[in-house]
Design a protein around this ligand. Structure first.
Ligand code: ADP
Length: 585
């Protein structure tokens, strides 16, 4: 188990940009190329220098006593002088340069003494709530300063290396027309029939209008046709987000490599450590509790009585079948599940819940709701539809209705982490984790009046996986609702850990999921596109993977906290010679 642990630890390290440099220094040094070990060479020159100086001093004392002129030297004295000068030059070169470098660079001793796990824990803690500074920045900067100078790649440099889109005379004319306001920027795609060219012209026009350079924002290397009318309007380029990989996550007996798009250093490494703990303990189990996307229009009547009439009508089981038929016409995948009503005076909120197959389902459910509202208008002509979304849905806002009733996929995921794994991989104890979970994730969150936030950092993992797999990242609000539970089991030896997430909103078709990069990440998980076996199977599997990754992330961060790294990390962080305020600003 120890061997396994070590190799995995190395894979964790490989995610950290600064670590490989430290590792290389540990294993291979430039001096390894020399025939003699460095300490032996130093010892030889030290001895030579002091012996030669001692010999010369003795000789000179004798010469003074015997009144012999000092400049009259014997062969042995010449050899001693040469030896002392040569060894002095060697020693000056060796220690002098090191001394001067240390005065200029001042590497903190504890940077080099820092243990890997401490660094990892330290950065996880800093990343928990606010990541104003990339993790381990103080460390990175010190370490970086001791590396051989690397070529500096500026934004301009990156731009220079990209294929340049050539502008023709005609393009130039269109740019001028956009700058003058004669051609609307949004109409370029339809006018030119070439999305890439439209983006290039819009971008150039924007640079001229604003006088600001966009050289760091790439234009080439993206399929602009693929986002037309679906993902993004008026494109001028694309933002690059690195994708890291955590895993393998052993979930329901299968291994998954989880792609995470993030710019938060150490988030992937943290999740990876959690995956390792889960894997070594036999894996996690994840169960889907409920699957239904919701949309809640708000309608108004002349009186509260009329609003109540509609409520009773909708809640009558005899009417449900008819309404479901009307609703389900919106898509061959849509299946109406329930309509939950809430009244506020004359206003009625109708929360439709529907199965949406492999689609996240917002479009599908909205179409179905529109069908039902049109149908109801016959029996309730006095119904005034105020909005197809009345916020009782509730989309992209923290709301108790999602936390209690669920939205999208409701999933519970659990694992029993072996006590040895808790000690060796997570560097803490079962009791510490259980106590911390109770005081932080349960009591602490209750004290803060949390709504669905009974966890350490579920949203970190949810958002990174969402961006990588083309989900709507704004839905991380409710998708990150999560209660993390920890309990000592098997006589207090092992840890039972679970995450319960009532509103994971994911899809594997529609939206950003069909774009090349996002689609590749879905493919990696084996959930790309519509499931051939059973509609909805891919999106359900993706939701369970999200919950599994959250479980891993919770385990790792909670362990870092329980291991008491907080004070240590702050001590180190505050003692750094770098001015962090300058870095953050
Ligand atoms: P959303 O409703 O999540 O916004 P879209 O409406 O953009 O998603 O995408 C869903 C589309 O994908 C629908 O037109 C639907 O007919 C189609 N589709 C194909 N296969 C499936 C599937 N297995 N599950 C759900 N939708 C599917």
């Amino acid at each position: 188990m120890e061997t396994h642990r070590r190799s995995s630890t190395n894979s964790v390290r490989s995610h950290k940009p600064a670590r490989p440099i430290a590792l290389e220094d540990d294993s291979t040094k430039a001096s390894d190329a020399l025939p003699l070990p460095l300490y032996l060479t130093n010892a030889v020159f030290f001895t030579l220098f002091f012996s030669a100086v001692y010999f010369l001093l003795c000789r000179w004392r004798e010469k003074i006593r015997s009144s012999t002129p000092l400049h009259v030297v014997t062969f042995s004295e010449i050899v001693a002088i040469l030896a002392s000068v040569a060894s002095f030059i060697y020693l000056l070169g060796f220690f002098g340069i090191d001394f001067v470098q240390s005065l200029v660079l001042r590497p903190t001793a504890d940077v080099w003494a820092t243990e890997d796990d401490e660094v990892e824990s330290e950065v996880l803690l800093r990343n928990e709530d606010a990541r104003h500074v990339p993790c381990g920045q103080a460390l990175d900067r010190s370490i970086r300063s001791l590396q051989p100078p690397a070529p500096i790649v500026t934004a301009e440099k990156v731009f220079d290396e990209m294929p340049v889109t050539v502008m023709t005379e005609e393009d130039e004319e269109i740019i001028r027309s956009v700058v003058r306001g004669m051609t609307p920027s949004y109409s370029l795609e339809s006018k030119l029939g070439d999305c890439k060219r439209a983006a290039a012209i819009r971008r150039e026009a924007l640079q001229r209008i604003t006088g600001k350079s966009l050289s760091g924002l790439p234009l080439d290397g993206f399929d602009y046709e693929s986002i037309l009318g679906q993902c993004c309007e008026m494109p001028i380029g694309y933002v690059q987000i690195p994708v890291g990989i955590a895993g393998p996550l052993l979930l329901n007996g299968r291994e998954y490599s989880v792609p995470m798009a993030t710019t938060e250093g150490c988030l992937v490494a943290s999740t990876n450590r959690g995956c390792k703990a889960i894997h070594l303990s036999g894996g996690a189990t994840s169960v889907l509790l409920r699957d239904g996307m919701t949309r809640a229009p708000v309608v108004r009547f002349g009186t509260a009585k009329r609003a109540a009439d509609l409520k009773l009508y909708l809640e009558d089981p005899e009417n449900f079948e008819t309404l479901a038929c009307v609703f389900n016409r919106s898509s061959r995948f849509a299946r109406l599940q329930s309509i939950k009503c809430a009244i506020a005076g004359k206003n009625l909120y109708l929360r439709f819940s529907c199965f949406t197959g492999d689609a996240m389902g917002m479009n599908m459910v909205s179409k179905g709701v529109q069908n039902v509202l049109d149908f109801l208008q016959t029996d309730f002509p006095d119904m005034d539809v105020i909005g197809i979304s009345g916020n009782f849905c509730s989309d992209k806002k923290p709301a108790a209705v999602n936390w209690i009733e669920g939205r999208g996929k409701s999933v519970v995921c659990e694992a029993i982490i072996n006590g040895d794994v808790v000690r060796k991989v997570l560097k803490t104890s079962v009791e510490s984790l259980v106590e911390l979970n109770m005081l932080k994730n349960l009591t602490g969150s209750a004290m803060a009046g949390a709504l669905g936030g009974f966890n350490a950092h579920a949203s970190n993992i949810v958002t990174a996986v969402y961006i990588a797999t083309g989900q709507d990242p704004a839905q991380n609000v409710e998708s990150s609702h999560c209660i993390t539970m920890m309990e000592a089991v098997n006589g207090g030896k092992d840890l039972h850990v679970s995450v319960t997430m009532p509103s994971i909103e994911v899809g594997t078709v529609g939206g950003g999921t069909q774009l090349a990069s996002q689609s590749a990440c879905l493919n990696l998980l084996g959930v790309k596109g519509a499931s051939k076996e059973s509609p909805g199977a891919n999106s359900i599997l993706l939701a369970t993977i999200v919950a599994g990754a959250v479980l891993a992330g919770e385990l790792s961060l909670m362990s870092a906290l329980a291991a008491g790294q907080l004070v240590k990390s702050h001590m180190k962080y505050n003692r750094s010679s770098k001015d962090v305020s300058k870095v953050t600003s």
